[in-house]
Design a binder for this molecule. Structure first.
Ligand code: ATR
Length: 263
């Protein structure tokens, strides 16, 4: 198993999957493969021909690998990107995207919500947002989307202007507010762009940003009484969903969680 990307050395996936391998005492290893964009098709075919049992795919190859697949899941079709490749037993590979499943499993674990007909405000409209939108639509949520580049938001839901006031208004009636942007990633300051004043005990605030500590936005939302979900659960569960498909074995979540934390 392994992950292809360019670059790929910052990936957290090896710690998580190798912890699972150790916990189950499997004779496997999860490696990183830095693959130049010109060599993606050759590389994935070569790796599978050599007996690789599964691959994760990260930036910038998530779209390019789709052309190498013999079939893709509904999630890949809807999201337009694959993050998981599975040998199809016939010399080819099928493509899946486990981000949507990871998003929902982490939400169900930390803050179970009846999403059918629920108001959701999503901030951002990039690759991660497409996976979140697919997940939420599948559960029947009513999705409103605010994005700095407004045109991109329209493809995913009802557009909310990307101003603090408009986002606060939308958040006030939302059961769930999701940040899919990188705002807040490298700073200890609450991003001024994100809605906060209207979050309270009737809101779940979900930040896809992954850091070892909760983001300042989530800390502030929790202080106001909101139930909060951080990006670690989605990272864990998208990996677990891939591991399940490659091995046919139920992933050891506690070991994988500990593997992630050790990074
Ligand atoms: P990912 O795969 O992590 O979703 P992406 O596809 O590059 O990454 O999307 C990044 C998202 O974060 C986009 O919604 C982007 O807004 P634009 O579509 O306007 O680019 C948003 N984003 C990134 N930096 C931002 C910033 N400083 N302010 C507001 N939005 C930002």
């Amino acid at each position: 198993m392994g992950v292809i990307g360019w670059p790929v050395n910052h990936s957290l996936s090896p710690s998580m999957h190798n912890a699972a391998v150790r916990a189950l005492d499997l004779d496997w290893a999860y490696l990183t493969f830095p693959i130049h964009p010109d060599r993606v098709a050759d590389a994935v075919r070569g790796l599978f021909a050599a007996g690789c049992s599964g691959l994760n795919v990260t930036i910038p190859h998530k779209q390019a690998v789709i052309d190498c697949c013999s079939s893709v899941s509904l999630a890949v079709e809807a999201i337009g990107a694959a993050n998981t490749l599975i040998p199809d037993g016939d010399g080819g590979m099928t493509g899946d995207n486990t981000d949507a499943e990871g998003f929902l499993r982490a939400l169900d674990e930390a803050a179970p919500l009846d999403l059918d007909g629920a108001e959701v405000l999503m901030i951002g409209a990039g690759g991660a947002a497409r996976a979140v939108a697919f997940a939420l639509r599948g559960r029947g949520a009513h999705l409103r989307v605010a994005n700095r580049t407004e045109e991109k938001a329209a493809a995913l839901g009802e557009v909310v202007p990307f101003t603090r006031r408009d986002m606060e208004d939308a958040a006030a009636s939302a059961a769930l507010v999701v940040n899919t942007t990188s705002l807040g990633m490298g700073s200890d300051v609450i991003p001024a762009e994100l809605p906060l004043d209207s979050l309270g005990a009737s809101t779940v605030a979900y930040d896809l940003v992954y850091r070892s500590e909760p983001t300042p936005w989530l800390v502030a939302a929790a202080l106001q009484g909101a139930l909060v979900v951080d990006g670690a659960g989605m990272l864990l569960h998208q990996g677990a969903a891939a591991f399940r498909q490659w091995t046919g074995v139920e992933p050891p979540l506690d070991a994988m969680r500990a593997g992630l934390r050790s990074r």
